[in-house]
Design a protein around this ligand. Structure first.
Ligand SMILES: [Fe+2]
Length: 337
């Protein structure tokens, strides 16, 4: 169990330019506090008028498949066996990804959430049967959702191609319905005054189009919540926290053969990815980052901005987020204006 309270206020700061970006920003901040109790995150935010409830769900690792997947069995074999049975995150009893996902949707309905944030590795490989299974349940639930991919959603192990190309191919061929017409790499949804951004960093990298997209929302100044698959680098974290990690690259890539993919590049991250990391953690209106990938619940505070990793939904786990208006008496304590 994790419990804590963070009061976050940010003053003026100067930002080093990266690939020609902003030299300094007005960091006049949106007052906010957050409290963490187990898997519940409670925010109080200046300026919002109504409560907003979100379920963050990541790493379900569904593996169901049917005859249509037989042609791909040489690429799906290892991951098809990876999370067949799991221990329930609360009870410890045996469960499995399908039961866990259905249970989570039922909880989301019961809580009447404003948003279900699905941030990747919902699938262990891009099985047609699994995508159809999820779409049926999402549509039947009527839940409002945003989806971004994880490194497994689009990956058939051993298939040739760069991560960028394979992601584009399988996002189009299999995962497309989950994007609901949005750009698969970036989507925004404003809910009652908070903009939820769902951005694909599932190959650890960020494109310049994604950087521009984020910058636009950062500059708009409204409260933002960022959903990604791979958590961002924080000092002391291993390369699983690999988006913007200075050690990420060829030398530290131990799993490329096991996972049947192109080895991480010798030159490490692109300048755009480094700039994105810098931009994210110099965003005074960013309330937090919610990620997955490392399969355990963690929290970091990076330049005053919290980053949560949610435990894997393969065990039934999820994170429940409540955003409440900040009361007047608290505004007097926390507002910088
Ligand atoms: Fe995962």
């Amino acid at each position: 169990m994790l419990t804590g309270t963070l009061g976050l206020g940010i003053g003026m700061s100067s930002v080093q330019p990266a690939v020609g970006r902003t030299k300094s920003v007005d960091t006049s901040s949106i007052a906010r506090t957050l409290s963490l109790t187990g898997n519940q995150v409670l925010y109080h935010v200046q300026g919002i008028k109504q409560p907003i409830k979100v379920l963050h769900v990541t790493d379900t690792h569904l593996f169901l498949d049917d005859a249509r997947g037989e042609a791909y069995s040489q690429y799906s074999g290892r991951m098809a066996k990876a999370y067949n049975q799991t221990a329930h995150w609360k009870t410890g009893n045996p469960t499995d990804p399908e039961r866990a996902f259905e249970e989570t949707l039922a909880i989301a309905k019961e809580l009447d959430v404003d948003l279900l944030g699905l941030s990747g590795d919902i699938f262990s490989f891009p099985s047609e049967a699994a995508v159809e299974w999820v779409m049926e349940r999402l549509e039947k639930s009527g839940l409002n959702y945003l989806y971004t991919t994880g490194n497994h959603d689009w990956h058939y192990e051993g298939m040739e191609g760069t991560s960028h190309a394979l992601r584009a191919t399988w996002s189009e061929k299999r995962l497309k319905p989950l994007f609901q017409g949005n750009n698969p790499l970036m989507a925004a949804q404003e809910i009652k005054g908070i903009t939820f951004l769902s951005m694909d960093n599932s190959n650890y990298e960020i494109t310049s189009e994604q950087l521009d997209f984020f910058t636009k929302h950062r500059q708009a100044g409204k409260p933002i919540v960022l959903l990604v698959h791979i958590p961002f680098y924080a000092p002391g974290r291993p390369v699983g926290f690999g988006c913007g990690h200075p050690d990420w690259g060829w030398e530290v890539d131990k799993n490329y053969e096991l996972e049947g993919r192109v080895r991480w590049p010798k030159e490490g991250h692109t300048e755009v990815t480094k700039a994105f990391h810098q931009e994210v953690f110099n965003s005074p209106n960013l309330l937090g980052v919610f990620a997955g990938h490392v399969h355990r619940q963690t929290v970091d505070q990076i330049s005053g901005i919290p980053q949560f990793v949610t435990a894997p939904n393969a065990t039934g786990a999820f994170m429940e987020l409540d955003f409440l208006p900040m009361e007047e008496r608290d505004l007097a304590l926390f507002s910088q204006k």
